[in-house]
Unconditional design. Structure first.
Ligand code: APR
Ligand code: ZN
Length: 375
């Protein structure tokens, strides 16, 4: 079927209002405009950030099509697009890389000014949407909206990857792997023999554990309120598991007692102010590094004892492992193909896209590390 230049009617998941369950709908996806790319999705992961968006913890405009961790094939390109062509295997980028803004021009960091997360317009760069459903305009999420058989994204939000990439799994390199593994190996640069604590053993926390292990950490303490996460975490490299609900003392005190001094590296992968403070307090007073990867609700605040700051510890927020997305994600794909990173243990479930509700049920029940939906 020739779809070039035509509106495509296909299946997509829509969040109609805050905290409602997603509904599978027939949507119309317009052709890409100048500087845009239309993608036929092959796989997409269910990430904590999608759940945050659906619950309104990351505020988006309703109704919208969620999803950002995506892999697919380029169906068609708009005028002026040069970095991808129809048929290319690509990943979607929740944080784009425009290569022109103050963030992209700085060698450090990656939070491109053209991102559409905080705050979110729900629209393409020209201020319009490419989706409609029953005649109503549907908003984009993060300019990726991967919970749709077809999506349209700006060229800066998509990157070509190796043609040998396995498309049923590789989507996790669009978020889970850089966010977690990258936080440990690229951002914190965990050192051999070091001690680490990871708060939250979901998708992101598991990828952090893998990164700590790959970096040669000697001790990795995993913290989660769901003990079902412990066996898998141990298999990935966690040496000690803590359930804060079963402790008679604050978890940071338990971590300090276990290590004697506090850890060299603490990671937060939940998105709660209280666990961010606990991660900070778990760090070695002098050289400890506290890395925050979780995204918290707007207006959520935490306070730290000011004296604990003056002793030398570092607090750092990290988005997607500090990787410049368009430059680095294809390299992560290649590293996977060369067996330098193993993403397979991070994917615990794969389901057809139309079983999205079952997938979310498993996610909410805490049964999944990553569930990947297949189109
Ligand atoms: N203390 C300890 N663990 C907790 C707590 C808590 N108070 N609350 C939740 N958890 C655990 C959950 O049991 C779960 O195992 O945190 C884990 C979160 O994992 P997921 O829900 O799989 O989310 P994930 O995709 O890993 O994202 C985590 O990172 O990118 C951000 O926005 C994302 O803020 C989210 C975070
Ligand atoms: Zn994500």
């Amino acid at each position: 079927m020739d779809t070039l230049g035509k509106t495509i009617t296909c299946l997509a998941a829509i969040a109609w209002k805050t905290n409602s369950s997603l509904s599978l709908e027939e949507v119309q996806v317009e052709p890409p405009k100048a500087g845009e790319v239309r993608i036929k999705m092959i796989s997409t992961g269910i990430c904590g950030s999608d759940d945050h968006a659906i619950k309104g913890i990351i505020p988006l405009k309703y109704p919208f099509i969620p999803g950002h961790e995506g892999a697919g094939l380029v169906e068609s390109i708009g005028e002026g697009v040069s970095s991808v062509k129809p048929g290319d295997k690509v990943l979607t980028l929740i944080v784009p890389q425009c290569r022109e803004c103050s963030a992209c021009l700085n060698p450090k960091g990656n939070f491109c000014e053209k991102q559409d997360i905080l705050p979110s317009s729900g629209l393409m760069l020209d201020g319009t949407s490419r989706f409609t459903c029953k005649g109503e305009k549907i908003y984009h999420s993060f300019r990726t909206s991967t919970f749709s058989e077809y999506t349209v994204v700006p060229e800066i939000s998509v990157v070509k990857i190796d043609a040998a990439a396995p498309m049923d799994k590789i989507c996790v390199i669009s978020c889970e792997v850089p966010t977690g593994y990258g936080a440990a190996v690229h951002s914190a640069k965990v050192t051999p023999g070091s001690t680490c604590v990871v708060f939250g053993l979901g998708g992101i926390g598991s990828a952090i554990v893998m990164g700590c292990k790959a970096s040669g950490a000697s001790r990795i303490i995993g913290v989660d309120i769901n003990e079902e996460k412990f066996p898998r975490a141990r298999a990935l490299g966690v040496t000690d598991c803590l359930n804060p609900s079963n402790l008679k003392k604050p978890v940071q005190e338990a971590v300090k007692e276990m290590t004697g001094t506090g850890v060299d590296f603490a990671f937060e992968a939940i998105g709660l102010a209280e666990t961010m403070v606990a991660a900070w307090d778990s760090c070695h007073v002098s050289h400890g590094v506290c890395i925050i990867t979780g995204v918290s609700p707007p207006n959520s605040k935490f306070s730290l004892s000011a004296q604990t700051v003056s002793t030398g510890r570092t607090l750092k927020g990290v988005c997607l492992g500090d990787y410049k997305t368009k430059d680095c994600f294809p390299q992560l794909v290649t590293a996977y193909l060369q067996n330098k990173i193993n993403i397979d243990p991070l994917i615990t479930h794969q389901l057809p896209f139309d079983q999205l509700h079952k997938a979310f049920k498993l996610y909410h029940a805490g049964k999944t590390i990553r569930c990947v939906l297949l189109f």
